[in-house]
Structure formats: structure tokens, C-alpha cells
Design a protein around this ligand. Structure first.
Ligand code: F0G
Length: 368
């Protein structure tokens, strides 16, 4: 596997931006794996007692950048439930809907899938400290994995805009939390001053490699049947890039032969949304996400907070629950169905990115 700039294709470092400003990305290259053999291997590893294969990320080890086994830091992440939801389908107005609940992860968000790979790579490279800018979930996840690895962790967060649960988690795992005045974008700008610590935001190419495993998990749970649509909440736009990468690779490997369409749902209120996880004005993976939208015949939709919180309440009433940002996926499908962009007989996967306990203050909003 080699790393190249996603913009100019020049060889790149996996840890930092290319000189042209583009993001680094691993290329699967011409890995040749028999798709049926790969499916069987995944099933066998799921049934095995090998501790590493308790992780849905590391069960896909052959598709990840090579990292020595002794450097791997795992919390058995990536065992992701796919919940069929008749109520969700009715709410959105489509024939079939399932929630891929990435909030059911060790630290309660999808970030764990990427963080196990990024922190393992940090350990393998001899780093002593890691750092990220975050609206809360990336930093909580970083803090946990860094603590497991014995690394120092520094979290740059926008003051007053991160839920108490996420701040509590970061501190519980021993991270040093630096509150920055302004928004996520201002916290991100501060990263440049954190010399000596490895950045584990999604500009770090290892993060995307771990997060792409969510796409494989979804396909595996569906018996490798591709849905018509996948709906994702968007913030910094790393996750849509990771899903797109996983799906492109799954097709290259012959695991699937068609691609789903992607609905990217962002907050209409931008940095002022009450879905604080996605309160971002200047997403760092914007160009990559535009490429994903082109390749997957995708649609980008901006949803207002009322629609996000109404969808959150609907998911809660099913006994599933999620944090506000996650509900943008269901709310977005409903909005895109209403305007005719998604067809009524669609088979849709709504990606839920964060656990219901991540942000409990929003319950009051949802019920009001
Ligand atoms: N949902 C949740 C719960 C998130 O925490 C985030 C991003 C997203 C969706 C959007 O994902 O950024 O890859 O487009 N949270 C980041 C953080 C920004 O710092 O925790 P994205």
C-alpha cells in the first residue's frame, strides 16, 4: 500500500497535508483477494477467539496499511449493529430502512473505527503524544486509545460548544483538554501550534482506513447486498470520504458489483446548529466529499435543526436512540423523499454516528 495526495497524486506522508494542500490517502493498489475467500475469512474470524479479531476493523487487516501486531491498540471496536426499522421507513416514507448504528462503539461514536488504526500507527512510528481538534467525539475516542497505548493526548475543543458527556469522557481517559474561543474551525487552526504531537484528525490517512471498515461492516451485515441509498450526517466530511473509499474498494475487490447512492446531510445552521458534533463551517475534507458525491451520484442536503431533532425523537421512540447529529441521516432521508429526490420504493441505510448518551441535553429540545 502506498500513500498519495488525493488532489495531485504525488507521493505523500500519511500524517500531514501535501505541499499542494491536498489530503493524503492510502491506495489499495492491486491487492488481489478472492472475494468468496475474503467473505469466508471474515466469517471465520468473527467466530474465532483470537483477541485481535474481536475487532471488526482488524478482521479486515489485509485491507489496512501494514502495522506490526505489537503496535496495535484495539478496544474491540467495529462490531456494528444494523437495525431494521419499519417505524423509520414509515417516518421517512420509504419501503425499507435500517440504521447502521456506529454509536454502538467503545467510546460511543464512529470515531473508534478510525482511531484504533491512527493510534496504532502513532505507536508504530514511535510518537509519544497525539492531538486533535474536535467537537467532542474525535477527542473522546483519541483520549481512550491514547490512554490504552500510554500516549499523552491533547484535545483542542471549542469553548462552550461541546457536550458535558464528551468533555467528561476526555477527562476520564486522562486527556489534556484545551478550550479554544470560537468554533471547531478556530480549534483546528490551533493544531498548527501543537508541535511534537501526532495529529489524529481525519487529515491523518490512517483514520480514513479504519473508518472505511464501516462500509464493509454494513455490506457484510446485509449479506453483501448493496442498498439503494446510504445517508450520512456530514461535519468535517471525513466520514463520507471513508465510506466512499470502502465502497469503491469493495467493488474493486469483487465483493459487490454496484454502488449505492449517497445522501450527505449537513446542518443548515452551520456552526450554530444544536447538533454540536457537526457544527463546522469549513470542512477539511470538502474536496474529497465532492468527489464522493460525484462518484456515487450523491445528493447533499442541508437540514434545519427542527427536522434534525424531530428525527432524533423518532429514533429514540424506537428504543434505539442517537445523539442529535446522527439523526440528520433519518431527517435527511425524509426531506429528500418529500421532494422526490429519493424514490418511495428505496432500500435505505441511515448511518447513526453517535450514542444517545453523548448529548442528553438535546432530549428536552426533542420533546418540546
Ligand atoms: N456525527 C457525529 C456524532 C460526529 O461526531 C461527527 C463529527 C459527524 C457526524 C460528522 O462526521 O466530520 O466525518 O463528516 N465529529 C467530529 C468530532 C468533527 O470532532 O468529533 P465527519
Amino acid at each position: 500500500m502506498h500513500v498519495a495526495c488525493s488532489e495531485c497524486a504525488a507521493p505523500a506522508s500519511p500524517f500531514s497535508l501535501c505541499r499542494c494542500g491536498g489530503l493524503p490517502e492510502f491506495a489499495l493498489g492491486d491487492v488481489r483477494l478472492d472475494p468468496l475467500g475474503l467473505r469466508r475469512t471474515l466469517r471465520e474470524r468473527r467466530a474465532s477467539y483470537e483477541p485481535l479479531f474481536a475487532s471488526g476493523v482488524w478482521r479486515l487487516r489485509e485491507l489496512l496499511p501494514p502495522i506490526p501486531g505489537q503496535a496495535i491498540v484495539s478496544l474491540a471496536e467495529g462490531n456494528i449493529p444494523l437495525y431494521d426499522s419499519a417505524a423509520g421507513a414509515r417516518y421517512a416514507g420509504v419501503d425499507r430502512l435500517a440504521y447502521l448504528h456506529l454509536g454502538m462503539s467503545p467510546t460511543g461514536s464512529f470515531k473508534d473505527l478510525g482511531m484504533t488504526v491512527a493510534v496504532s500507527a502513532a505507536v508504530a512510528s514511535g510518537a509519544r503524544a497525539v492531538v486533535c481538534a474536535s467537537t467532542g467525539n474525535t477527542a473522546s475516542s483519541m483520549a481512550a486509545y491514547a490512554a490504552r497505548a500510554g500516549l499523552d493526548a491533547f484535545a483542542l475543543v471549542p469553548r462552550g460548544r461541546v457536550s458535558d458527556a464528551k468533555l467528561g469522557q476526555m477527562r476520564e481517559y486522562g486527556a489534556r483538554v484545551v478550550e479554544v474561543d470560537g468554533s471547531f474551525d478556530d480549534a483546528f487552526a490551533e493544531l498548527a501550534r501543537m508541535d511534537g504531537a501526532m495529529i489524529v484528525n481525519s487529515i491523518n490517512a490512517y483514520r480514513i482506513e479504519g473508518q472505511k471498515c464501516a462500509a464493509y461492516a454494513m455490506l457484510e451485515a446485509r449479506g453483501w447486498r448493496v442498498p439503494d441509498w446510504i445517508a450520512l450526517p456530514g461535519g468535517n466530511l471525513g466520514n463520507i470520504s471513508a465510506f466512499a473509499k470502502g465502497l469503491r474498494e469493495a467493488r474493486q475487490l469483487g465483493l459487490i458489483d454496484t454502488l449505492p447512492r449517497i445522501a450527505l446531510i449537513r446542518a443548515a445552521r452551520g456552526v450554530d446548529t444544536s447538533a454540536s458534533a457537526i457544527a463546522i463551517g469549513d470542512p477539511k475534507s470538502l474536496r474529497r466529499s465532492q468527489r464522493a458525491l460525484r462518484d456515487f451520484d450523491g445528493i447533499e442536503h442541508f437540514l434545519d435543526d427542527d427536522a434534525i431533532l424531530a428525527a432524533k425523537a423518532a429514533i429514540g421512540r424506537e428504543g434505539i436512540g442517537c445523539e442529535p447529529a446522527s439523526a440528520a441521516s433519518l431527517g435527511g432521508i425524509r426531506a429528500l423523499r418529500a421532494c422526490g429526490a429519493i424514490e418511495p420504493d428505496a432500500d435505505v441505510v441511515a448511518v447513526l454516528t453517535g450514542h444517545v448518551l453523548k448529548d442528553v441535553r438535546a432530549h428536552a429540545h426533542a420533546l418540546a
